[in-house]
Design a protein around this ligand. Sequence first.
Ligand code: B3K
Ligand code: ZN
Length: 847
Amino acid sequence: MRDAAPQTIYLKDYVAFGWQVESVALHFSLDPHKTRVKSRIAFAPDRDAPAQPFFLHGEALKLISATIDGKDAQATLTPEGLTCAVPDTPFVFEAEVEIDPANNTALEGLYMSNGMYCTQCEAEGFRKITYYPDRPDVMSVFSVTIDGPHPVLLSNGNPVGTTTHHAEWHDPWPKPAYLFALVAGELVAHTDSFTTMNGRDVTLNLYVRPGDEGKCAFGMQALKASMKWDEDVYGREYDLDLFNIVAVDDFNMGAMENKGLNIFNSSAVLASRETSTDTNFEGIEAIIAHEYFHNWTGNRITCRDWFQLCLKEGLTVYRDSQFTADMRSAPVKRIGDAIDLRGRQFAEDQGPLAHPVRPESFQEINNFYTATVYEKGAEVIGMLKTLVGDDAYAQAVTLYFDRHDGQACTIEDWLAVFEEVTGRDLTQFKRWYSQAGTPRLKAEETWTGDTLTLTFTQHTPPSAATPAPQPHVIPIAVGLIGADGAEVAPTRILEMTEATQSFTFEGLAARPVASILRGFSAPVVLEHDADHPHLLAHDTDPFNRWEAGRTLARNTLTAMMLKGTRPDPAYLAGLRTVVSDKSLDPAYRRLMMALPSQSDMATALHDAGHVPEPDIIHAALEALRDAIATELTEVLPDLYEDNLVIEAYAPDAMQSGMRALGNAALSLLTRSDGGTLAQQQYDAADNMTQQLAALANLIRAGRGEAALNAFEAQWKDDRLVMDKWFGLQVIEADPEDAHEIAATLTKHPDFNWQNPNRFRAVFGSLIMHHAGFHQPSGAGYRLLADWLIKLDPVNPQTTARMCSAFQTWKRYDTDRQALIKAQVARILATDGLSRDTTEMLTRISNA
Ligand code: B3K
Ligand code: ZN
């Protein structure tokens, strides 16, 4: 159990470790309850570091022996680690410890999942394996031997000797302990190979449990595409003879970039037409790319300390977005990223969990793997590239790789290469890393003679993390559209640095319509009273054309809720025109049809100074959907038929876009046909995208029972598909039933609550069901709190992550606030609550 009074760790207190680790040799004798780990670590004093006591991290370890240069180390143990006296010269520390992987339900360190051993060490899990300086700036070369009864015994690097039940591995690349990995199990490999740009052959394996062999081909293709892309676009070549990926069923997040041995949640790698949706395929492609790209941005160049997490995560997310944009559609990817950022990161930035992209303090680092660090961190890289231009970006990144290969770095190192290449001073730009909060950008237009003047005002709301925000450097991409719909000025980047600043466009024949923040050129909230219907019809920037539709949808929903008006006919007509335009990409048309989510509307209302009422938001969205279905009556049958896709299934951008558009049409058609078409699609479906969409529509039409039973009978042995079955019933429930359905599902024999995917299938879906979770009775809050209290001692990381469901409490009415606060207080009062959950809930309740 974690200590009761957790300590806060500060960026400003960073000190180097004090010793270099010259080599590490580990030996594992695997046993479910009594795994023995022997370590031999060669230390040498770091003369540049300040003198300090020798300390090795270690948690939940049973120490068998510890020696220094062969003599008893006379170690003193604490709950956090080990100290002992050491010589002032190089020395060898050796230890033997015993650990209990079978009882490691937290899924951090070495643990067991369905009879297989695997590890998760980022951020601070290695200390649960053996005594070690478990910090990212200590990098070393690892040799690993494993004895175990399993046919497959894996670790990082290259294999250097394997006999039955014994394997030896050597990783030549120095790495921090968080990138260590070990896997042992009854696994089968899907094998392929890749020849690098310099002609080296690399063996690629995707290891899965027997039975899952048929779900590997797509992931393998995605890996090869990622390897090629990183060579072509960033000049980065893979650096070992072997690259292994392993799929595990019990995993706290998506995947982990351990050197040469990526470990994946099976949901993030296994794919087949029958069992995975197109969205799953796209996500898998992106996650495989993300973990692979970490080989350079994260592994070869890592973080000096965990405050620098965005150095590897923001950059790697940025790189995987570029990859997806290249593999699929750039505008569709950009719109998806903006929806995601606004949905998750803006909510975080506006609430009690707000923190800068580079936080300055934490208690539990696992709580900082956030949308701010990852997604806003990626936006910051995108802005930097926009400001310096593509060529300078490429030069700076190349310099970064050359200069810092093999090092543990900081944001300062990253920005320095940009300053050097461009001669720019990035002092002000750096505020994007140090200030929390989403800037609001107000745009006003004046028209005189032949000149349009745009005046911008920026304001970042103060927060506990950043009480007095200063102006940011904001790249504002602007283009101008004429009254006839033609572009009169192409995109120009305005570089805003002041709190208020004006820019002029001269020599214009007539007053144009300004298209501002094209491509979502900065992660800000834009306030601009534009001619949205005109932009929806004509904007030449695909992002802003979509944005115009989204703004109209948000505005009409707001007016429907606050003023009781009818849906805006200009929006409906504009939407019909775009959706019917067959020259446009189906995926793009599908995005046009998607409405803001309920929680997006709650944020919008809150921003506008109103208290969101979840049931009213839900009802307004339903009413708008009815109006859209009516507006599109003539269009929908064709839209459905044209996009059924009968050619051989492929999860590519074109086919996925068509199926998504067809399914959007199906949802609207189901509103009036009682589910007839959905039943037809369900019966005919040969892929999960169409089967699941049909099932969702049958549930919505009130005739889901038979299909749910059929679905369960068909898929009861497939855990990943059953996660969808659990989740969908909650997501598609009527608001007043959602918590009860969730509660009933927890009694299902297959509700294995210790499996994070299954827990999230039910409770993640409940949280996402805005009106369901926020039922006025508070039953949703109580149910979630009951289960978080139950999960915390078993898996603190997953528990803490789900606590963010409560982060928006302040925006609701006083009754709901009281109900949420009571549940937060109840969880906080639990004896022995983990450091992870305590930190999250304390931050949330201190708002
Ligand atoms: N680096 C890991 C995340 C580790 C999370 C630790 N709580 C996966 C990724 O970002 O690629
Ligand atoms: Zn990552």
